[in-house]
Design a protein around this ligand. Structure first.
Ligand SMILES: Cc1cc2nc3c(=O)[nH]c(=O)nc-3n(C[C@H](O)[C@H](O)[C@H](O)COP(=O)(O)OP(=O)(O)OC[C@H]3O[C@@H](n4cnc5c(N)ncnc54)[C@H](O)[C@@H]3O)c2cc1C
Length: 511
């Protein structure tokens, strides 16, 4: 097998004949000796003339065949059940893995199916009310369903990323995710994919229970079932194994562990603001003035050390919108989402500052929950600025110079904005780090530091501030055989793909 590179102008998609001729040249063989040739990766290169760079794979006689991803989901109607708490990426991909291995997934999900969930999500911005069980974080598909659907992960150690991507494509994600260097799906397609996964699970004998919040977990000492899982309204389920994939916003699950004296660990996280720029400006900077229609909206990733503290961009959404992703009434949290075309007028990204327990000694009385309480109180404080989900906002240069914004530029944030001095309402070490970072970011992206950019507070759910420990060998909680903390909420993943990979890893361990 030979992998070689080819570059083509952005407006030209190479034909099979062109690739085959290139493959023959790269292998030094006549074309008839090339038995297979395909694109394995495509990335946009804006350093000179705008081109797509392709990694092309050529196979000649005698080479091992290309790995095919085939998923054989078994009928598990009468198989041993495994309870999965949480139907996000970790829970869904754990379930798909169980189906392949002949075990029956029983998914308990506090939120609603994706269709009903859409109405609750619309009500957050329109009526300013949050259904604590059905919102941007809770409900079918988890926190990733109404998102940008970025599928990047820096980790190759967690498992086979392509196993996730191929399954997503089989359930309706665009085939381009299999080759794009920066794959993403978009909120117009994600719900369909999530429904497709559910239909597969149910049609093979798995179970989905919506509106089913788990309120208690009881270890059993006799019989073959090790766990009893108790839900709102008294519904109970028993199983030998439980996968706990409840995401980073299920604070009640952390409290449940604490009330039972089960081990939890504090974990650093990051918080800050969402920065919103005109997408045309980001295109101009990143494509050096050469952006043209048909080219993807530009992205960015920025990171700096400021006085020994990391400040970085997080979950950038090109052409996206800002959404209220709180799970509680009386609290304000922002996040971003985009559709598959990423064709909105604005670009947003979290710009967040690393936070550890030593930064907030006044919260040490909460022990393991110090950072969780800090996060919760800050979200409440942001809400109290206007006593609504309107986000406190300030222009970027005004923020850095410590002056109030006389007016605000148009924002995509669906629940509205209100001018406020973020310098004063954010914790001083966060505001200070952000101020310094914006100036440094401008050195990397000339024009990034501008008063046309709006900062909105706050972005606080970058990851969980608590980890549920697990034994690295068995993947279950060190004190609780058969209980498997999984995904982002347990502290073992961050993002859609890594959570899905963790779901696969945990489910594979059960077999
Ligand atoms: C608006 C937004 C945009 C995002 N954009 C991206 C992106 O573009 N790319 C990316 O990689 N990541 C993105 N993320 C983050 C990503 O969605 C998460 O990292 C990922 O979903 C975590 O997967 P998970 O399965 O571990 O947990 P979650 O997706 O959080 O799923 C947990 C599930 O558990 C359920 N649950 C919680 N408690 C209980 C209980 N007690 N009983 C029953 N069910 C329970 C919840 O309802 C939820 O459905 C975004 C997040 C948000 C909110």
């Amino acid at each position: 097998m030979k992998i070689f590179e080819a570059a083509y102008p952005v407006n030209h998609t190479p034909t099979a004949e062109e690739l085959s001729a290139l493959a023959a040249k790269a292998c030094g063989l006549p074309s008839r000796k090339i038995v297979h040739c395909d694109i394995v990766r495509r990335s946009l290169d804006a350093r000179g003339k705008l081109v797509y760079r392709y990694q092309v794979r050529a196979l000649v006689e005698g080479d091992d065949p290309v790995k095919e991803y085939r998923f054989d989901y078994k009928n598990v109607s009468s198989a041993r059940p495994v309870i999965i708490v949480g139907g996000g990426p970790a829970g869904m991909f754990a379930a798909l893995t169980l189906l392949q291995r002949g075990l029956k997934p029983v998914i308990l999900e506090r939120g609603k199916d994706v269709h009903s969930r859409k109405k609750d999500i619309a009500a957050i911005s329109q009526k300013q009310t949050v259904n604590p069980e059905s919102n941007y974080c809770f409900g079918e598909g988890g926190a990733g369903t109404f998102s940008d659907g970025k599928l990047y992960t820096r980790s190759t150690k967690r498992g086979d990323v392509y196993e996730v991507l191929h399954q997503m494509a089989a359930f309706g994600a665009p085939e381009s995710i299999l080759v794009d260097a920066r794959p993403h799906i978009g909120s117009d397609i994600l719900p369909r994919m999530v429904e497709g996964i559910r239909e597969c699970i149910v049609s093979h004998g798995g179970e989905y229970h919506f509106d089913t919040r788990v309120t208690d977990l009881k270890p059993l000492s006799d019989g073959k079932e090790r766990w009893e899982v108790i839900c709102d309204g008294g519904l109970t389920f028993k199983a030998h194994d439980v996968i706990l994939a409840t995401g980073h916003s299920a604070r009640d699950i952390y409290k449940l562990f604490d009330s039972k004296g089960w081990m939890l660990e504090a974990k650093d996280f990051a918080l800050g603001v969402r920065a919103e720029h005109p997408q045309s400006l980001i295109n101009h900077i990143q494509y050096h003035g050469r952006w043209q229609p048909g080219i993807p909206a530009a992205e960015y990733y920025l990171a700096e050390q400021v006085d020994g503290r990391g400040v970085f961009s997080f979950c950038m959404c090109p052409g996206g919108i800002l959404v209220p992703s709180t799970t509680d009434n009386g609290a304000l949290v922002l996040n971003g989402m985009s559709n598959s075309q990423r064709n909105g007028a604005l670009a947003n990204a979290g710009i967040v500052v690393q936070v550890s327990a030593s930064d907030v000694p006044e919260y040490s009385k909460y022990g393991t929950f110090a950072l969780l309480e800090f996060q919760r109180e800050l979200e409440q404080k942001m809400f109290e600025v206007s006593n609504s989900l309107r986000a406190p906002a300030q222009r970027m240069v005004d923020f850095c110079r410590g002056r109030e914004s006389a007016n605000l530029p148009k924002s995509s944030y669906t629940a509205g904005t209100i001018a406020a001095p973020l310098t004063e309402i954010l914790p001083p070490f966060v505001a200070d780090s952000l101020r310094k970072a914006f100036l440094l970011f401008d050195r990397k992206m000339k024009g990034y530091y501008t008063n046309d950019a709006l900062l909105l507070a706050c972005e606080s759910r970058t990851s969980s501030p608590v980890r549920i420990p697990r034994n690295p060998e068995t993947l279950y909680h060190p004190q609780l055989p058969g209980l498997h903390p999984c995904g982002e909420g347990a502290g073992y993943a961050g993002g859609i793909v890594s959570s899905a990979l963790d779901g696969i890893a945990v489910a594979s361990k059960l077999l």
